[in-house]
Design a protein around this ligand. Structure first.
Ligand code: HEM
Length: 130
């Protein structure tokens, strides 16, 4: 049976506990570092004249979302189920309502592009609508 963190820690020596805390803090510093990188990566990329960050915009084909998903033939019903699962995951992680709605709206905004392959296949009668 799985033990709680406290039960597991009680079986460790002082040195083992210290090693664990040091490793955990190291990991936390690394995660924080990566989090900061997300905010500056676009500017760093510009400084090095490499690539520019492009946000996905609904209806635009800058990133070719239609092409990336065309062969997958994702139906609108499947898309909605993935969105519902995403919502349940955000609830599980206790993400506040406003932020949850922002994420779900950003996801849903690309429904037409992501399901374009399925719609085209139904239109061409290569697929029966589900
Ligand atoms: C039901 C919903 C979705 C499913 C099941 C899905 C699935 C996938 C899969 C399997 C790939 C890899 C395709 C390949 O390697 O050929 C992919 C690529 C990608 N998806 Fe999705 N996707 C969904 C929705 C979305 C949404 C809403 C966005 C954007 C907001 C998105 C953005 C992307 C991007 C940027 C790529 C990579 C394209 C590339 O490498 O050129 N996807 N998706």
């Amino acid at each position: 049976m799985l033990k709680t963190v406290r039960e597991q820690a009680s079986g460790l020596t002082k040195d083992q506990r210290n090693a664990f805390v040091a490793a955990y803090l190291g990991w936390a510093m690394d995660a924080f570092d990566y989090f900061l990188l997300v905010f500056v990566i676009s500017d760093v990329a510009k400084d090095f004249d490499t690539f520019d960050f492009t946000a996905t915009r609904p209806g635009s084909t800058d990133l070719g979302l239609e092409e990336a998903h065309r062969d997958l033939r994702i139906s609108p019903a499947e898309f909605d189920e993935v969105a519902a699962e995403l919502g349940r995951t955000l609830d599980f992680a206790k993400v506040p309502r406003r932020e949850k709605e922002e994420v779900l709206a950003a996801f849903a905004a690309h429904k037409n592009e992501v399901t374009a392959g399925y719609m085209a296949a139904v239109e061409a009668r290569q697929l029966m609508p589900t």
